[in-house]
Design a protein around this ligand. Structure first.
Ligand code: CMP
Length: 227
């Protein structure tokens, strides 16, 4: 059954909550549906809501003054966003935009803060997720500052593989690949360069495309080289 409570049971952040607590939380949620390419959160606006992704994907990005976008992360079903400004009281730290039709659960600031206050397991889950996001950002900073174009695109592919890939016999399959423009904005290169690098990886047998999915052959050695 597709009730908020049944969905919340499967969200890692809420895995320690009792049935009663899940019901209470579910009663505080509001569901909203968004079309593809809708900006849900604007960088610098005031934050009053936490969002949990019920279905779909969002990209977290920042823009330069010249309108160039860098994508910090792509989040998917079961992930949450909007916690930073609720915790520190500052403005939103980034833009959040849907990359396909997306359904979100919204939780008001007061309800979120009281949930953390009364459930240490949620506070710990939140800290673990924040630590993981810093680790990913550290990897992205390393890639942007130390790698050439091939290394940056490879590093972006590894980021996606770790977030949503499945591994079988050493081969990682990445489903629902972002557009080549978004991949370029994760890698910090132009779309043309990204396309050139992908073509050369395919020609060298390092990756392949099948039914819209990306396959990274011999993932372990790819990760050791570019991760
Ligand atoms: P907030 O600052 O309230 O609004 C933007 C949200 O984007 C932020 O909370 C986080 O939830 C999310 N966010 C910002 N930076 C990152 C990042 N590097 N990785 C993943 N999510 C992020």
């Amino acid at each position: 059954m597709d009730t908020p409570q049944h969905y919340l049971e499967r969200v890692p952040l809420f895995s320690e909550l009792s049935d009663k607590e899940l019901t209470e939380l579910a009663n505080c949620l509001e569901e909203q549906k968004y079309k593809k390419d809708t900006v849900v959160v604007y960088e610098t606006e005031e934050g009053s809501t936490l969002f949990i992704i019920k279905k779909g994907n969002v990209k977290i990005s920042r823009m330069s003054d010249k309108g160039k976008e860098v994508i910090l992360a792509i989040l998917t079903e079961g992930d949450f966003f909007g916690e930073m400004s609720l915790l520190d009281g500052l403005a939103r730290s980034a833009n959040v935009t849907t990359t396909c039709e997306t359904d979100l659960y919204l939780l008001r600031r007061e309800d979120f803060l009281s949930l953390i206050g009364s459930n240490p397991s949620i506070a710990i889950g939140l800290l673990k997720e924040l630590a993981l996001r810093i680790r990913k950002s550290d990897t992205q900073i390393k890639s942007l500052s130390l790698y050439d174009a091939s290394g940056r695109v490879a590093s972006a592919l590894i980021q996606l593989a770790e977030e949503r890939g499945t591994i079988r016999e050493g081969i990682v399959k990445i489903k629902n690949m972002p557009s080549q423009k978004d991949l370029a904005n994760i890698a910090g290169t132009s779309r043309e360069t990204t396309s050139r690098v992908i073509k050369s990886f395919i020609a060298d047998g390092i990756i392949s495309k099948a039914n819209g999915n990306f396959l990274i052959h011999n993932y372990e050695s790819f990760r050791q080289k570019y991760g």
